[in-house]
Design a protein around this ligand. Structure first.
Ligand SMILES: Nc1ncnc2c1ncn2[C@@H]1O[C@H](COP(=O)(O)OP(=O)(O)O)[C@@H](O)[C@H]1O
Ligand SMILES: NC(=O)OP(=O)(O)O
Length: 309
């Protein structure tokens, strides 16, 4: 099977030290899937990391005359390199430990968006660290950041999150995957770019990695989209006494649950929407949402939430 795996924040942590440790655990279920004969393509988030890089560059440029301001898309590119570097090494090492010399590489990936996407006028994507309401409002005053409460977890800066239209490096990704390479792509949803004639121009935004993973899964004609996060199953009435975990959802059922407001906009909703879009895109395609360490069991139908037509 050809599987696109989208890794959530719990696969990466918040600091370089944490990330280096966590990617060791992240590599295991990915290599389990590869060992079973699957072609695995890996995508990942970058919200905390791109926020951290951007804030660091901005702070440094204001206090040190020799440090330039770093444009936001370049920060996105840096986050792809930083995360891809750790991930590709961890997967490579895990493969070698199991006797496989399969090549692994990260592709700096640009994702084309529509310059008129309404998201540019309505920032919704939380990035960087979590703050108290007071700290967040101070950031708005000092740095002009737009801040919002993030799914009951604290306050964060938000930036525009346009819908992915196409993947600029898709032919390269396809060639590598067709030839047995393990590819890390559309990291952080891809570097958002708009197409101007022959030129791709970076734009200040963060594409949702679940939507970008869905896009590359369609492009690569994958069989499965697996969204790995911190929970084993998607639930209705999440966090309430009558919480009910779901083993399977049809697209129609998912639509009804969305209307009833069961999935938080900053967290579970994009995952469910991406899962629905992939399942709807072609007969036989399935999406799975589950916990990182449950990926293999999920594929075997033993756990997780499957989204089907
Ligand atoms: N209906 C729901 N069912 C399960 N989890 C939910 C639901 N609504 C919100 N969540 C929360 O969404 C989280 C996943 O979103 P998030 O942490 O943003 O993802 P990521 O793993 O991509 O960083 C889960 O860990 C859970 O806390
Ligand atoms: N780009 C993106 O969706 O990042 P997170 O998953 O970290 O929010």
């Amino acid at each position: 099977m050809r599987i696109v795996v989208a890794l959530g924040g719990n696969a990466l942590g918040k600091t370089p030290q944490q990330q280096l440790q966590l990617v060791k655990n992240t590599a295991k279920p990915i290599v389990d899937l590869i060992e079973k004969g699957n072609e695995v393509i890996i995508a990942h988030g970058n919200g905390p990391q791109v926020g951290m890089i951007n804030l660091a560059m901005e702070t440094a440029s204001k206090t040190d005359a020799k440090t330039p301001e770093m444009p936001f898309p370049e920060c996105g590119a840096m986050s792809q390199g930083y995360i891809g570097y750790h991930l590709q090494n961890a997967i490579r090492e895990e493969l070698l430990n199991r006797g496989s010399k399969k090549p692994v590489a990260t592709i700096v990936t640009q994702v084309i968006v529509d310059k008129d996407d309404p998201a540019f006028k309505n920032p919704t994507k939380p990035i960087g660290a979590f703050y108290t309401e007071e700290e967040a409002k101070k950031l708005t005053k000092e740095k002009n950041y737009i801040v919002k409460e993030d799914a009951g977890r604290g306050w964060r800066r938000v930036v525009p999150s346009p819908i992915p239209v196409d993947v600029a490096e898709k032919e390269t990704v396809k060639t590598l995957v067709d030839n047995g390479h393990v590819v890390i792509t559309v990291g952080g949803g891809g570097i958002p770019v708009i197409s101007e004639g022959n030129r791709l121009v970076g734009v200040p935004a963060v594409i949702d990695k679940d939507f970008a993973s869905e896009k590359i899964a369609e492009i690569l004609d994958a069989d499965y989209l697996i969204i790995l996060t911190a929970i084993e199953k998607v639930a209705i009435n999440f966090g309430k006494p009558n919480q009910k975990e779901l083993k399977e959802m049809t697209i129609a059922e998912a639509e009804k649950y969305i209307e009833e407001g069961h999935f938080a906009p900053g967290s579970m909703l994009p995952k469910v929407r991406a899962a629905m879009k992939f399942a709807a895109s072609k007969k036989g395609r399935k999406s799975l949402i589950t916990a990182l360490e449950k990926a293999e069991e999920g594929i075997e139908g033993k756990t997780g939430t499957i989204v089907v037509q």
